[in-house]
Design a binder for this molecule. Structure first.
Ligand SMILES: *[C@@H]1O[C@H](CO)[C@@H](O)[C@H](O)[C@H]1NC(C)=O
Ligand SMILES: *[C@@H]1O[C@H](CO)[C@@H](O)[C@H](O)[C@H]1NC(C)=O
Length: 222
């Protein structure tokens, strides 16, 4: 029922139609997403997602370890520039071995399951939050099963006009659904108990990032 109410709200707030034909055209022409070494980003391989801005741009994306007791865990950006955050894996809806731009993806933190929350660490768009006016990105999604019931579980990586990449939410996993397209940005979430956290949410101002393969970082340290 929770999924249904979220979907209903999405339908009420946004009126962008996605059609079957545009979905297939996009998949056919999709260019691979590249990591900072210029290599194709691969399905199921671990990457850090870090700000494109060096110095004062903040660090990588991470699960909210301070959110204990608040389940599922929020997706946030670490404040320290040198903190690459937690590894992420990408799972395209087409089961391709390469992650392409403008393709619906499940995005999962490593480890994929939170024992504390007893839920997955796969991204999901949360219900509209009236107190902040935001659509926050949270976790707890089921991977795969494209369709009306999983509409809020799919995100895309788009080319941010030659200036890194951005996430968007523009699911086309359900041919008969009215869908929405929005970029994903970062906002401060002021919580009376948890303090200020930089969280991902739908936004007209996208957060720009680059991808660093985690094994590259391990090689450098070794
Ligand atoms: C992708 O893999 C899943 C699980 O194996 C399968 O159910 C689904 O049909 C596949 N999708 C495509 C587009 O091949
Ligand atoms: C992203 O877009 C820019 C210009 O819009 C283009 O020059 C660049 O090659 C694109 N990058 C990728 C990886 O597709």
């Amino acid at each position: 029922m929770k999924t249904m109410s979220a979907t209903a709200l999405l339908l009420a707030f946004f009126l962008v139609f996605s059609t079957k034909s545009s979905f297939f055209v996009e998949v056919a022409n999709a260019a691979a997403v590249l990591d900072i070494d210029g290599n194709e980003v691969l399905t199921g391989v671990e990457y850090y997602v870090v700000s494109i801005i060096r110095g004062a741009g903040g660090g990588g994306l991470a699960l909210d370890e301070f959110g204990f007791g608040r389940c599922p865990l929020a997706v946030l950006q670490r404040t320290l520039d040198t903190d690459r955050g937690d590894p992420l894996t990408f799972w395209p809806v087409n089961n391709d071995s390469v992650v392409s731009q403008s393709t619906d993806l499940n995005i999962e933190f490593v480890p994929p399951f939170s024992a504390w929350c007893r839920s997955s660490n796969t991204w999901r768009l949360d219900n509209y939050d009236p107190s902040s006016g935001k659509w926050w990105v949270t976790t707890g999604a089921t991977k795969g099963q494209p369709g009306a019931n999983t509409l809020t579980n799919w995100f895309r990586i788009e080319n941010a006009s030659g200036n890194g990449y951005k996430f968007s939410f523009c699911p086309s996993v359900c041919e008969s659904c009215i869908s929405l397209c929005n970029d994903v940005g970062i906002y401060d979430d002021e919580d009376p108990e948890l303090g200020k956290r930089r969280r991902l949410a739908l936004s007209p101002q996208p957060w720009r990032f680059q991808l660093i393969k985690t094994s590259r970082v391990i090689e450098q340290v070794a």
